[in-house]
Every structure is written in C-alpha cells, then in structure tokens.
Design a protein around this ligand. Structure first.
Ligand code: MLT
Ligand code: MN
Ligand code: ZN
Length: 287
C-alpha cells in the first residue's frame, strides 16, 4: 500500500492566511490542509478527507494527476473522518470527477445534506454515492473504523445527531498485510485505540495542538486541560505519553499555533525524542 500525505496542517493551513503571529511570519516550511491519498496498486487512489487545497495537492502529486486518457483520473473514492470544513470543503472542488463513492459516519452524511448541503450541490454534477463508513468496500484494501469523538462542526450546532461525529480508519493491504491507521481528530486516547493500532505499520495522529494552553495564551495551571480538550483535540503532550514501540507514529493536522511546526523548536525535538515524526506535505510511506 502506498500512503501519500497531501497536506499536514489544520484548518486554515500554515501559514494561516489571517494570522501574523511569530510562527506564521517565520520561514518554517509551509503546510497545506490535512488530506491523505492511499492506494493498494498505485493505479487507483482513495482520498482520506478532501481539503480545500485539493486542487493544488493533486497537481503536486504525479500519481494523482489525470491520464493516461484525456479525461481519465486515478481517484476512485473518498473516506471522510468527520464533517469539518477543512476535511470536506474539497468535495465541491471534485465536482468535475462526475461521481465517486464517499464513505462517512452517518452524522457526517446528515450534516452534508442539511447544514452544509454539499451533497445536493455536487449530486447535480454526476452520480455520487453516499455510503456509511461502517461499510467501506475497496478492492485490495480492508477498511474498518473506530468512533473516536462526538465533536461536531460549529456550522452543525443545530443538528440533533448524537454521532459518532468523528471516526479513525484502519486500512489493511490484503496482499502485503501492511496496516495504516489514520486518526487526525482525537478528543482523547479513545477506548479500543490500543487494539485498533496494535499491528499498524504507521499511525497518523491528531497533532493540532502541542500543549493544552496553546490557544488561550494562559498558563497550563490557569486552564487545566480545558482549552484544547474542549475544542476536541487531544494535545500532543497527551498522546505522546501513550505511544508504544511497534508502529511508526506521526502527527498531522498541525494548527498554526503549534510550536512543533518550527523544526528548530524544543517542542519539535521533544516529539522526535518521544518516538514520533512530523512529516511534511508530500511524504510517502509504503506498507
Ligand atoms: C477542527 O479541526 O477543530 C476544525 O477543523 C476547526 C475549523 O473549523 O477549522
Ligand atoms: Mn480540522
Ligand atoms: Zn499564526
């Protein structure tokens, strides 16, 4: 299985367009918004989430570009972990695909019909299929999911759905036995996650925030573990302690406030020392 990280930043990207903080004006490497491509055979590709940067991400990734026929594309489907705009807005940009299967949790499929009616918009451009994430069917890849959070997008506040609103995916290559786990949005280290990742070769984790006090500017003592946990993102300081030998661990969905974005920061060094990596856009793994 080939796994290509198309984007590794949280919503807004890095640098974030509306931010002039020290990090955003530094020369730390830019990152587009979180999105991953996977393929069992290198010919047909599936997107995990579809970022608003998807057009540039596809054009920057040779195996995802159109061809060999003039209107042939290698995309075969989309798996959504959640309904957040940074993970779903790109669906609108794929309308010219003329229809692909999209798998997502039921609450997400509901939000994409009701509060953010992406489904009815792009259904007008072709035969899209909207399918439950509990039932993904892909040749050569065995996919299962684990509900990991009830965090709903701000735009879906009026939804009466309980969720799960967010899932993680475990993708196994039937031939090689390689296993990839994609969990870019974790509210906590969920029940069952150790089992879900047990035989994984690569686990991609929620790296939105480094520490619990990052957004507030207050000290950790002042906010306890409140600020980012309430935003539905387990900070790296919380997940790093849970890593065990075995899989390769890596962080994605880095927010522009996260000091690990600066390769020279002590926080970046602490992640590497803790046994995880901070890959940049374009990084490919083979499993
Ligand atoms: C999140 O991951 O918490 C959301 O994508 C936030 C946002 O709307 O950008
Ligand atoms: Mn996000
Ligand atoms: Zn910034």
């Amino acid at each position: 299985m080939r796994v290509i990280l198309l984007g590794t930043a949280a919503g807004g990207g890095f640098p974030q367009w509306n931010c002039a903080c020290a990090l955003c004006v530094s020369d730390a490497p830019p990152r587009t918004q979180d999105c991953v491509a996977v393929s069992a055979d290198g010919e047909g590709w599936y997107l995990l989430n579809v970022s608003p940067d998807i057009r540039a991400q596809i054009l920057a990734t040779p195996p995802l570009r159109a061809g060999p026929g003039p209107r042939e594309i290698p995309l075969r489907g989309v798996l959504l972990t959640d309904a957040e705009l940074d993970h779903s807005l790109g669906l609108l940009l794929l309308r010219e695909a003329g229809g692909l299967p999209v798998w997502a949790p039921d609450a997400v499929l509901g939000a994409l019909s009701e509060q953010f009616p992406a489904r009815s918009i792009i259904d007008g451009y072709g035969g899209w299929q909207w399918l439950p994430s509990s039932d993904v069917s892909i040749d050569g890849l065995r996919v299962s999911m684990l509900p990991v959070s009830d965090k709903r997008p701000k735009y879906a506040r009026s939804s009466t759905e309980d969720g799960p609103w967010v899932v993680a995916y475990r993708i196994e290559d039937v031939q090689t036995g390689g296993v990839f786990v994609y969990a870019p949005c974790l509210k906590s280290w969920p029940d069952g996650f150790d089992d879900f990742t047990r035989d994984a070769g690569l686990v991609l984790l929620d790296g939105t925030f480094y520490a619990p006090d990052e957004m507030s500017g207050a000290t950790a003592a002042e906010v306890g573990d409140g600020a980012q946990l309430a935003m539905g993102h387990l900070p790296i300081t919380g997940s790093l302690a849970k890593l065990r030998p075995g899989p390769r661990w890596a962080y994605t969905h880095l927010n522009n406030t996260n000091p690990v974005i600066d390769p020279a920061s002590p926080e970046h060094a602490a992640v590497l020392a803790g046994g995880a990596s901070l890959p940049l856009d374009g990084k490919e793994f083979k499993l």
